[in-house]
Write a protein that binds this ligand. Structure first.
Ligand SMILES: [Ca+2]
Length: 283
């Protein structure tokens, strides 16, 4: 399996000097910077210059910094220290093909009362910008969650930027911190293989699923995970109440989700496996 961007690869080197019959060892390491077909530059926020992530831009009203401990992958993430209401961060421009369908995702850690939402800005040959907005917002959770959406590029679009907008709660004029990492853009209209890594860990189902009085859904799995989990919540009539992807680095996942009283089915997709459990919500 290829090493993901930002992974530190360490080699242990053992060298024997024949003439003096002594041995010396050392380690050296390098950081993997390949992006595996993802055209977003500095998508993992590993490269910084003068306090700013290389290839990324922000509105006035956003303060950000290099984060070294709360990361989704690699060595660094982008910490949004504070964001005014409806302020944005933007990637560099990327060449695209008009009429193609694109999937865009951001990993976000949002454990504050504000929300984050992705959007895309298309540019045609005369540079005219046109925004499209995702209908998905981040929910408050101590876990990393993946925000994702798909758009079809306008027929005359030539470039795009991917962007994230931050919203504050009603009571506050600024909100933070948010953490952002591992932005991805993929062209669904090209014939590239799906090389998404899948967990090989032996998870076969839920150990327990319950909804607490504070409006939080608790999922416990029958094995330790280190993988992405797509969670879908369905009402009894089959309509979907929620869908979101999380990175789970333990055997449990917990997040806030407002649900009316009733019976629901919670479905988890982990790699090629999926399983379902009933959950009763009493308010
Ligand atoms: Ca990173």
């Amino acid at each position: 399996m290829p090493n993901p961007e930002g992974t530190e690869v360490r080699y242990f080197v053992w060298a024997i000097d024949d003439s003096n019959a002594t041995a010396q060892s050392d380690t050296f390491s390098y950081f993997v910077q390949t992006s595996g077909g993802n055209p977003i530059p500095n998508a993992g926020f590993e490269q910084w210059s003068g306090g700013d992530p290389v290839n990324w831009y922000r509105d006035n009203g956003i303060t950000w910094s290099e984060e070294l401990s709360v990361v989704h992958s690699g060595q660094r993430s982008l910490k949004i220290v504070n964001a005014d209401d409806r302020k944005n961060i933007y990637s560099d421009t990327v060449q695209i093909t008009g009429g193609h369908r694109y999937h865009i995702s951001f990993w976000v850690l949002d454990n504050v009362t504000g929300r984050a939402r992705i959007f895309v800005r298309w540019f045609n040959e005369s540079g005219y910008p046109d925004n499209d907005w995702s209908s998905v917002y981040s929910t408050d959770s101590p876990q990393w969650q993946r925000l994702e959406w798909e758009w079809t590029a306008p027929p005359n679009a030539q470039k795009l930027i991917v962007a994230l907008r931050f919203y504050t709660s009603n009571e506050k004029s600024t909100v933070g911190p948010f953490y952002v990492d591992d932005v991805e853009l993929s062209d669904l209209s090209s014939n590239s293989e799906d090389d998404e890594p899948h967990s090989l860990l032996p998870c076969h189902g839920f150990k327990s699923v319950f909804y607490d009085s504070g409006g939080r859904l608790h999922l416990r799995f029958d094995a330790e995970l280190k993988s992405n989990v797509m969670v879908s919540i369905y009402r009894l009539n089959g309509t979907r109440a929620f869908r979101g992807e999380f990175f789970v680095n333990s055997d449990a996942l917990l997040f806030s989700i407002p649900l009316e009283s009733g019976i629901y089915f919670v479905k988890a997709d982990i790699g090629a496996r999926s399983f379902v459990e009933k959950v009763v919500v009493l308010r």
